[in-house]
Design a binder for this molecule. Structure first.
Ligand code: URA
Length: 200
């Protein structure tokens, strides 16, 4: 909403943005969450990964991707020589939806200005959207992740187009291990792009 956009836009640093988010009461998910999950990894990294929302472990620890999905994500990153010091990680939503249900459009819309400002302040060179909620939200597209993944797309950061790769969510890969083939291809595309742009 308007209030979120004004508050997020006022933040000139990541610290200020996190503080603004922590004191923001415009999203009902905050009431049931234990923690505000802001980010993990290196804010100076050129690669930013954006997931969906905190799960139970993330809500408890206050950090993104620290549960089983996060362990798989770390292994996937390791396969192309990356770890959390080489990337920056956040989510579309900073608060856990009760029982890990899917977030509603209203919940996503309420928080999105903060994530948009978050990306603006980090100014990554490459973006990865993890899962359908993240990909659809960032690209403003209706197709599902199986359609969107596997091709570089574009997300505008303060007027500058930044390449964005939609990938299958690690939680999906845990339920559908056969799909790791596609995820592996997308990780190799990321590795290649990093090499091409000379950005590691
Ligand atoms: N799934 C996500 O999308 N994000 C997390 O932080 C954890 C699990």
């Amino acid at each position: 909403g308007i209030q979120a956009r004004a508050r997020a836009g006022d933040a000139q640093t990541l610290e200020a943005l996190e503080a603004a988010l922590r004191s923001f009461d415009g999203c009902p998910l905050k009431a049931t969450a234990m923690n505000t999950v802001f980010a993990d990894g290196n804010p100076q990294a050129r690669v930013m990964l954006i997931g969906e929302a905190p799960g139970e472990d993330e809500d408890r620890q206050g950090k993104p991707f620290v549960g089983v999905s996060g362990k798989l994500l770390d292994r996937m990153l390791a396969q192309i020589g990356l770890d959390r010091s080489a990337v920056y990680i956040s989510n579309i939503l900073p608060w856990r939806p009760p029982g890990n249900r899917s977030p509603t459009q209203a919940e996503i819309a309420a928080c999105l200005p903060f994530l948009e400002r978050h990306v603006e302040l980090v100014r990554p060179k490459l973006l990865v959207a993890l899962g359908g909620v993240s990909a659809k939200t960032l690209l403003n597209r209706a197709e599902g992740i199986t359609r969107l993944r596997g091709q570089w797309r574009t997300y505008e950061v303060a007027g500058t187009p930044v390449p964005l790769m939609p990938m299958l969510h690690p939680a999906y890969l845990l339920r559908n291990p056969i799909a790791k083939r596609e995820a592996w291809r997308d990780m190799l595309a990321l590795q290649q792009k990093i090499a091409e742009e000379g950005i590691k």
